[in-house]
Design a protein around this ligand. Sequence first.
Ligand SMILES: [Zn+2]
Ligand SMILES: [Zn+2]
Length: 345
Amino acid sequence: MPELRRGPTSNRWVIVAPERAKRPTDFERKPDPSAIDEKPANCPFCAGNEAMTPPEIYRIHDGAGWRVRVVPNKFPALQVYQELGREAVLGVFDRMRGVGAHEIVIETPEHVRDLADMSEEQVKLVIDTYIARLQDLMKNPWFRYILLFKNHGKEAGASLSHPHSQIIATPIVPQEVRNSLMTARTYYEKKERCLYCDVMLEEIRSGERVVEEVDGHVVWAPYDSRFPFELVVYPKQHSHDFTSLSTEQRYGLARTLIRTLGRLRALLGDVPYNFVLKTTPNPVPRPGRPGYWSTLPYDYHWRIAILPRLTQVAGFEWGTGFYINPMPPESAAKHLRDVKLETPS
Ligand SMILES: [Zn+2]
Ligand SMILES: [Zn+2]
C-alpha cells in the first residue's frame, strides 16, 4: 500500500509507492556510451588542455603537475560585481543584480569516470579544495550562501563527463536552506538539542535505513526519500560548518564517499546523480544584519545529499511539491548494504 510520509528535517511529504517498481534491476543503468567515446584530447578538463578553460582561480599541485584546479564557469549563472543593487521598482516584483560567483572544481587531471574511481588521496585533495574555496568566498559578506554541488551524468545535468563539481555563491539564502534552518532552530528552542543529531541517533538505533556507519560518518536512506536510492552522509560529530573538518575527518569523508558511490555503481551501474553539500550559510554578518542566524553552531548540522536521478519529476510533483518514490528507503538501504565492495576497508 502506498504511504504518505513527512520528513523531520525537511517538513516535506513524499508518497512511497513500492507497487510501481520493486527490484534494483528495474533501475539499472548502462554506462553512457557518448561519455565513454569522448576523447580526452577534446576535453577542456584533461591535463594538457588547460588553455581551453578560463584563467584558473585556484590549484593544488605537486611535482608532477596539478592535482585539482578551480576555474570560473564559462557561462556563469551569477557574476561577481561590486554592489548588490537591490530594488523594488517593479512593485511586487523584487529584483537584484545577478551578483554571485560560479566556479568549476576540476577534480582530477585524469579522464576517469567518477569520484568512485579516484584514490582516497585524490578525493581528500578535492575536499581540501572545496574547503579552501568556501572559506575564500565567505570572506565576501554579500555572498550569503555558497552552494557546492556535483552533477554526474547527462540526466543529472552534466554537460561534460570529466569529474567536476560546481560552486555557486548567491546573494540570498535560498528558500530551501532557510526552511531547514528554521526547522532546526525551532526544534532546538524546544529541546535544546540538534535535530539532525537526534535524527541520526534514531536512524542508528533502528538501523533499517542505514547503509553504513564508517570512518566517523553515517550513510542512510532518509525516511522521506524523494528518489530511489536517495542517500545522506552525516558526520557523526556535531558540526554546522563543513569548512571546520580536520585532516583526519577529510580522509574519513573521502573514504566514505568512495565507498558510497562505489555501492551505487556496483548495484545500479553508471547512475546519474546530483550531490549537494548542505552547510552553514555565510557566518560573516551582512552589513545591517548583525546577529543573523547566530544560533547555527548549536542547531545546524552539515551533511551531503546524494540524489540518484532514476525517476522523472512530472506534473504531480510540480503541482504539489510531493514526490512519488517507488523504492522504499528501507529496501534501498538493504540492497546497498548487501553490496560487496571490491576493496573492503
Ligand atoms: Zn577529461
Ligand atoms: Zn548535530
